[in-house]
Design a protein around this ligand. Structure first.
Ligand SMILES: Nc1ncnc2c1ncn2[C@@H]1O[C@H](COP(=O)(O)OP(=O)(O)OP(=O)(O)O)[C@@H](O)[C@H]1O
Ligand SMILES: [Mg+2]
Length: 435
């Protein structure tokens, strides 16, 4: 069925609309036997189903009685309009007509049962619908797993802006790039992911940690909060008196589910959580290491990069200097790079104006800084997370580190060129619109 996806509402696994009591009773018994709730079986035919689904989320499996339809084939179109993609529909009716059967199947109905319907026929049809429900998911999941991109964002020091970068990447991925994205905030007590989007954190992550066995596709659909059409967030604001009690299995399970349900996962990963649960960064394609250009930042960049080489050897790493100020860095870029014996691949400027606007508006830094070089630097960083931009960013701030940039005249030209380069390097979908 093909109605547009209605984002926030959770899906029921099963619902049935039947025109007569004997069929209703039989369907109720079959539903209960298969583990579905009997109250989801109600009196009513196709028209009732259409009315109900127009204002609520479609169930995963829908049984609908066509006995009250004078023209079932035409009326089924009304159902197609309100029924969300992925719902498996089983129709029941009194017409013993093979042409009708064929036409219904061709229109996307999974099965057609002739009334009166026997109990075992019902069980078989509903089980068949359940198998059909899982089959395309398995194919889609395999495809999603193949192309999924999971990123952990880690700060080398407290307050360097790891959460700011994680939220910005998630926002850009979900809007400019249009990728279905999950933002997982593993700062269970002090996380800011939901704050960055002006949302309530909910209990989703706390529930997942408490009962990891409950984590499945349906759970994440219900537990995640939606920031926009393509972005779902899982976070918590756990009471400070509640210690983080997990063996990490919930995190791994969530990562696995996200791999199937989204194109991108972005994890705001506090250092302490990373060290306690090395399986989390080990299951990502990329760790974005956010740092400040300070002595302590350099020391901890070295230590964390070494730790990642040992504990997440398959994850690529990308060092990002955030809140970068050309003239006020505690350590120069060259010194920092020779200390860490590696490159800083990206620079995100210190942009107090945008950071204040972001906090006031409940937006991410990338959104609040739209059209500026801060936004361009973040968009270039996002492109690099897929490996689609050169690791050595020439756009935005990086050029300012070149000696020629110190002349005020050269600076203007370089900034303009930096913007052009950043724009040219971004894939069309990731371009940040001018203000
Ligand atoms: N590029 C930037 N320009 C200006 N301010 C920034 C920038 N990046 C982050 N900030 C600000 O720095 C502060 C700390 O940012 P953030 O919470 O993202 O850091 P963090 O590394 O996640 O901190 P924590 O260690 O507490 O998790 C915030 O007030 C944020 O608005
Ligand atoms: Mg943080």
């Amino acid at each position: 069925m093909n109605a547009p996806w209605k984002p926030a509402a959770p899906r029921d696994p099963f619902a049935a609309f039947l025109c007569d009591d004997p069929t209703l009773d039989r369907v109720r018994s079959a539903a209960v036997e298969l583990g579905f709730a009997s109250e989801k079986c109600v009196r009513g035919g196709l028209r009732s189903a259409v009315q109900a689904l127009a204002v609520s989320a479609s169930p995963a499996i829908l049984l609908v009685d066509l006995s009250d339809c004078s023209d079932p084939l035409n009326e089924i179109n009304a159902l197609a309009e309100v029924c969300e993609p992925g719902t498996v529909v089983v129709a029941l009716g009194q017409a013993n007509d093979v042409r009708l059967y064929r036409a219904l199947i061709a229109s996307g109905i999974h099965d057609y049962l002739l009334k009166p319907v026997a109990a075992d026929q019902l069980l078989e049809a509903i089980s068949g619908a359940r198998t059909a429900l899982l089959a395309p998911r398995a194919a889609a999941a395999a495809e999603a797993e193949r192309t999924h991109n999971a990123i952990a964002v880690v700060g080398t020091r407290g307050g360097v802006g790891a959460s700011t970068i994680a939220a910005s990447l998630a926002w850009l991925a979900s809007t400019a790039e249009g990728s279905p994205t999950a933002l997982l905030d593993l700062d269970v007590h002090f996380g800011t992911a939901s704050l960055a989007f002006d949302l309530e954190p909910g209990r989703g992550l706390a529930d997942a940690i408490e009962t990891p066995s409950r984590i499945d596709g349906l759970f994440i659909e219900r537990a995640m909060i939606r920031a926009n059409e393509n972005l779902a967030i899982l976070s918590s604001e756990a009471p400070l008196s509640t210690p983080l009690a997990t063996d990490g299995s919930a995190f791994v399970q969530l990562q696995d589910e996200f791999r199937q349900a989204f194109a991108r996962t972005i994890i705001d990963l506090p250092r302490s959580v990373m060290l306690n649960f090395p399986q989390v960064p080990a299951r990502t394609e990329l760790v974005v290491l956010v740092t400040e250009l300070t002595l302590a930042g350099a020391r901890d960049t070295i230590r964390i990069l070494a730790w990642l080489r040992a504990n997440a050897p398959d994850a690529r790493t990308l060092v990002v200097a955030n809140r970068h100020q050309q003239t006020h860095a505690e350590i120069a870029r060259s010194e920092f790079e020779s200390t860490i014996e590696g490159r800083i691949e990206h620079f995100v400027p210190l942009d107090t104006k945008a950071a204040v606007a972001a906090a006031k508006l409940g937006q991410t830094l990338a959104e609040a800084a739209k059209g500026t070089r801060t936004a361009a630097a973040l968009a270039t960083l996002l492109a690099a997370t897929r490996g689609t931009a050169a690791a050595d960013t020439e756009g935005g701030e990086l050029l300012l580190d070149q000696p020629a940039a110190r002349s005020p005249f050269a600076m203007k030209a370089l900034l303009a060129r930096g913007r052009q380069l950043a724009a040219a390097k971004m894939p069309a979908a990731a371009k940040v619109p001018a203000q």
